[in-house]
Design a protein around this ligand. Sequence first.
Ligand SMILES: [Zn+2]
Length: 78
Amino acid sequence: MSDELLYIEDGDGGFAIPCQLKIAEDCVQVGEFCETKEDARHWAEEECWIFSGEWYLCVECNQQIMRNISNLQTKKMN
Ligand SMILES: [Zn+2]
């Protein structure tokens, strides 16, 4: 497990994982603050955030990417 992952601290000993893309209008932006980094990761995984190997993106941004890709494919077909 890498420590390179970005965490946001709440200044009170809590950690949360930020969404690294923030491209969706309804992007969650930041996960829930947890007592430990492991808990913060767990939270992200239970919410089905996508782990790229270096960072997480939220479900909404992942869906936005999928929409962008299918838009591109539709354009190519036309
Ligand atoms: Zn997001």
